[in-house]
Design a protein around this ligand. Structure first.
Ligand code: LLP
Length: 416
């Protein structure tokens, strides 16, 4: 599953001990395994080899330059949602024909820069956006490909903040409106409206919702075809779930087996936008226990990482496994105690884990928060004026610092 394993009771990332990394680079620290990252990309690529899709890594999951660049080198495209992500994407050297751009609120400036760079597809989320892209493309004298993002109105069992394909969500366009757009697509002189996009949500562990959404979309494509409006590209989004604790998510192979028969009926080229599946288990957040605090009601392990470094537990009530970097075996165990692992931020919601069992946990111990490679650093902030942390990437026995720790000066650099 991933390359974070114990050797003689010490946690390693590939061939490098986490303790050594923490000693050298300090804590809190994001540590990534290059092998885990790349092997998850390859798992998807192989599972879908029968149709050879364009796999665009969803940069919002982890937009670190070295992470994206490693995937681009493997042949991945990039899925972006902002001018900032476009800027980062271009820096990786990815071919602009492998960039797809989603999001409900693209600004005119963002649209213009993306068109100038000849990105592959805009995934369009509303009619006003479609009109704006057409206007800008006309001004630039460029013919731009767009895909219409469909809201297939299916329910996916995931956290309510990360479901996106339900009728009440702000994302995508309903079938009826999309149909009108396709049948009148000649109105948009500077657009080639040649794709359909869907993304129904994130951390979806079963195939059912994907199949239901894809069946609806494929029926829609065939209906359009029968009216003379062919669709050449189908982007099925991301959303594949990973293991955080007890989940038994579908593997890439199982997912492919379930959806390929439906996708083949679309007779279109396929694009995918996985984020979490590729990066999620490729990263951990290493943190140090500052204090052990025992109150009459609770025991707290107060660590040096907070919700500004990893907000998922706070925002979604997400579970991340927390492992001791040096493990004790139960046979020579001292007392097992139950702790809330909390950060230094001035909010009661600042926790990384609740009611976690540890053996002999003490001040100075290192902990590894697992599954933090996706939506970890990329959602981190400077809240409480905390500098954002370093990130390192391990490749076998080699280690590369891929982002240095911010300084106090960085905190005020742009303030006047
Ligand atoms: N494509 C689109 C249009 C998306 O909106 C997303 C994620 C993806 C692809 C990638 O989805 P993935 O394969 O990673 O599930 N911050 C939340 C997740 C938000 C996902 C937003 N959209 C979390 O930490 O769980």
């Amino acid at each position: 599953m991933h390359d974070f394993n114990y050797k003689h009771n010490n946690l390693y990332c590939e061939s490098v001990s986490i303790e050594e990394l923490a000693g050298k680079y300090g804590t809190p620290l994001y540590v990534y395994s290059r092998n885990t990252l790349i092997s998850h990309y390859r798992k998807i690529k192989e599972a879908f080899s029968a149709i050879n899709p364009l796999i665009c890594f969803s940069m919002k999951a982890n937009s670190n330059f070295s992470i994206c660049k490693a995937l681009v080198k493997e042949g991945a495209g990039l899925d972006i949602v902002s001018g900032g992500e476009l800027y980062r994407a271009l820096k990786t050297g990815v071919a602009s024909k492998k960039i797809v751009y989603a999001g409900v609120g693209k600004t005119e400036k963002e649209i213009e820069i993306a068109i100038r760079h000849h990105i592959f597809f805009f995934n369009v989320e509303s009619i006003p956006e479609l009109e704006l892209i057409n206007k800008v493309a006309a001004r630039l004298g460029i013919q731009q490909k767009v895909a219409i993002r469909i809201n297939p109105d299916v329910k996916a069992s995931t956290h309510k903040y990360i479901t996106t394909g339900h009728g009440e969500n702000k994302f995508g366009i309903d079938f009826e409106t999309a149909r009108k757009i396709f049948l009148e697509r000649n109105r948009y002189k500077n657009l080639s409206i040649s794709g359909i996009h869907m993304h129904i949500g994130s951390q979806i562990v079963e195939a059912g919702p994907f199949i239901r959404a894809m069946e609806r979309v494929v029926d829609f494509i065939r209906d359009l075809e029968s009216h003379g409006a062919g669709v050449r590209w189908l982007n099925i989004g991301g959303g594949l779930g990973i293991i955080y604790s007890e989940e038994r998510p579908q593997t890439a192979k199982e997912y492919a087996k379930a959806v390929l028969p439906v996708l083949k009926k679309a007779k279109a080229n396929i694009i995918m936008e996985p984020g979490r599946f590729i990066a999620g288990n490729a990263g951990v957040l290493v943190t140090k226990v500052q204090y052990i605090k025992e109150t009459p009601r609770k025991k707290f392990a107060i660590v040096d990482a907070g919700m500004n470094d990893l907000i998922r537990p706070n925002l979604y009530g997400a579970y991340h496994e927390i492992l001791p970097v040096k493990s004790c075996s139960y046979s020579n165990s001292e007392e097992i105690k139950i702790f809330d692992v909390v950060g230094p931020i001035c909010e009661s919601g600042d926790f990384l884990g609740k009611d976690r069992k540890f053996i002999g946990l003490k001040e100075g111990d290192l902990l590894s928060v697992m599954g933090a490679g996706a939506y970890g650093f990329s959602m981190s902030s400077n809240y409480n004026s905390r500098p954002r942390v370093s990130e390192v990437m391990v490749d076998g026995s080699k280690v590369k610092l891929i982002r240095s720790r911010e300084t106090y000066e960085d905190l005020i650099r742009t303030e006047l």
